[in-house]
Design a protein around this ligand. Structure first.
Ligand SMILES: C[S@@+](CC[C@H](N)C(=O)[O-])C[C@H]1O[C@@H](n2cnc3c(N)ncnc32)[C@H](O)[C@@H]1O
Length: 279
């Protein structure tokens, strides 16, 4: 039996909670977003469904921390270092070694973290490259990180993170190796920062001219768009990916709108996509 979907009352409750606590506007039709974003919290609270979780929130005037967790789960800029962990293991164990082996002649590699939020995703990648694939530092390596929000990009570029942000996913040995204390915050060191090029790009509008990419991370952003917009973005990513390049999406996201354009691969326990090979 599948879990019950959230009800209109659940949705209204969430809308009002988010508005009261973070002035967030939850537009009609975003039930799928509530379902997707609250599922991990529901699981952590041992609820069988998001509907059950919201019922619990409604019945037990939720503590500040719980409300904060709900708001954070729904916030559009939410990110963390090595988010979901498994995809980064797959990049390290499988995707990057394959790409490096295929590019030994050109010695060029282009990676795009589209919708990079406050930078944890591209910084995680850059630390991985620096520590596990140092040979790439002598290549023509481009790690492009983009987001629609200039404010968010300014924070990302600064590379300054609170203890709370650090606690979310950054292993202690990487903190010691790649960050310096600045007051109560931590700042990423220059040798990591300089590996990343930042650019403001709105995925749902026209894109600037971009180099064809070996690897695109398009994670936890398509969920905010309509089906048509998702389809358009996935089509454009397809056109700029190299034929043997890889696309990584967020956990639970898929290219289901374009089943013939991408081949789904299961590598080291994480899912990624490659342009479908023709002929
Ligand atoms: C939830 S964060 C995901 C960050 C990171 N990719 C991750 O998975 O941790 C979504 C990001 O998408 C960005 N975003 C939203 N709409 C966008 C758009 N139209 N074009 C580019 N980025 C967008 C937001 O500003 C936000 O930083």
């Amino acid at each position: 039996m599948s879990a019950p979907a959230i009800t209109p009352d659940d949705f209204e409750f969430m809308k009002s909670l988010l508005h009261r606590h973070a002035a967030l506007v939850l537009e009609p039709g975003k039930e799928y977003l509530v379902e997707a974003r609250l599922l991990p919290l529901a699981r952590r609270a041992a609820c069988a469904s998001v509907h059950d979780y919201i019922t619990l929130l409604r019945a037990t005037s939720a503590s500040y921390d719980v409300r904060q967790a709900v708001v954070e789960a729904m916030t559009i800029h939410e990110t963390s270092f090595f988010r979901d962990w498994k995809p980064f293991e797959t990049l390290k164990a499988s995707v990057l070694p394959k790409l490096i082996a295929a590019r030994t002649t050109t010695r060029e590699l282009t990676i795009w973290s589209a919708a990079c939020s406050t930078g944890q995703e591209p910084y995680s990648l850059a630390m991985m490259v620096r520590d596990s694939f140092p040979e790439l530092l002598g290549w023509k390596l481009k790690i492009l990180a983009s987001d629609v929000s200039n404010d968010i990009l300014a924070k990302a570029r600064e590379g300054k993170f609170s203890q709370l942000e650090i606690n979310r996913g950054l292993p202690a040995h990487l903190l010691i190796k790649h960050f310096e204390r600045k007051g109560v915050d931590w700042v990423i060191k220059e040798d990591i920062r300089k590996l990343i090029e930042w650019k403001q790009i709105n995925l749902s509008a026209g894109w600037p001219l971009l180099p064809s990419a070996d690897l695109v991370l398009l994670r936890n952003v398509l969920i905010y768009f309509s089906n048509d917009t998702r389809k358009d973005i996935l089509g454009r990513v397809h056109r700029m990916l190299k034929p043997d390049g890889y696309l990584l999406m967020g956990t639970g996201e898929s290219t289901m709108n374009l089943p013939n354009a991408y081949e789904r691969l299961q590598l080291n326990g994480a899912c990624c996509y490659q342009p479908t090979k023709r002929g």
